[in-house]
Design a protein around this ligand. Structure first.
Ligand code: NDP
Length: 251
């Protein structure tokens, strides 16, 4: 956890970074924060109006001109991921980072009642889509001198919890995939891959999962950005295959 990390103002200068789920919650805060520290950010998400608002905020703050990439992981095909890689290759020629942040909670419900279609959707958005997107983007990441790929985990991806169903399983899969890919990349690639658990954070997803909780007891997405910046930038070079937390556990 690097919540006390003090990033250099130009930490991500000249870096091209893709953020998924960039329109809301933690992804929005990460896109704004990465741009504020000099990155050219590719804003990926399913609700274009939200991405446009983030785009405008980055421009208004004087950040490098971002790009918008509309994509819904639910219907996305391998061809979409390869078309995307081709577009990014033409536009930028490389990628210095990917924050896999988009996520779907599904339902908190006893497994006996879990709807199999919803289970598939959650697995598609949280793990299968991001995996095949990563495969398509690897050549672009390998074209960077120091590329950081961050997958978003959760405490229920490290210890299962009753009723969390597909969400929990998708986060276990995320942790497993990061171990596998990190082991492949170790010592022979400029690409590194780690998982990051944001911890309880004041967003719509958290409100849906814990409707009885007072949101003002939680850290905001902005509060946890130091760890997101550290892991995306050069100060974490060499960190590969780690399971990190963005904030200390709440007491
Ligand atoms: P939010 O629900 O606030 O934001 C999720 C983002 O993902 C939204 O921008 C959403 O788009 C996007 N998204 C959802 N489905 C799709 C899809 N099918 N295709 C493309 N984009 C999609 O959640 P958080 O910011 O809280 O969560 C961000 C990440 O952090 C998730 O991976 C979550 O699992 C993880 N996490 C969050 C915790 C918390 O306490 N908040 C704790 C542990 C983990 P749209 O705006 O269009 O809906």
């Amino acid at each position: 956890c690097k919540i006390d990390y003090q990033p250099a103002p130009n930490l991500l200068e000249n870096r091209i970074v893709l953020v998924t789920g960039a329109g809301d919650g933690i992804g929005r805060a990460a896109a704004l924060s990465y741009a504020q520290h000099g990155a050219t950010v590719i804003l990926l998400g399913r609700t274009i109006a939200k991405l446009e608002r983030v785009y405008d905020e980055i421009e208004a703050a004087g950040g490098p001109q971002p790009a918008i990439f509309p994509l819904n992981f639910e219907g996305a095909t391998l061809k979409d991921f390869h078309d995307m890689a081709e577009t990014l290759d033409k536009e930028f020629g490389r990628l210095d980072g990917v924050l896999h942040n988009a996520g779907l909670l599904g339902r908190i419900t006893p497994f006996e009642q879990y709807n199999p279609e919803l289970w598939q959707q959650v697995m598609q958005v949280n793990i299968n889509g991001p995996i095949w997107m990563t495969q398509a983007l690897l050549p672009l990441l390998q074209a960077s001198d120091d590329a950081s790929v961050i997958f978003t985990s959760s405490s229920v991806g490290r210890k299962g919890r009753a009723y969390w169903g597909a969400y929990s399983v998708s986060k276990f899969a995320t942790e497993g995939f990061v171990e596998v890919l990190a082991d492949e990349l170790d010592n022979q690639s400029t690409v590194r891959v780690n998982s990051l658990n944001p911890g309880a954070t004041r967003t719509q997803m958290r409100r849906t999962a814990f409707p009885g909780e007072d949101p003002f007891t939680l850290r905001t997405p902005e509060d946890i950005m130091p760890t997101y910046l550290w892991l995306m930038g050069p100060d974490s070079a060499g960190t590969n295959g780690q399971k990190l937390d963005a904030q200390p556990p709440r007491v």
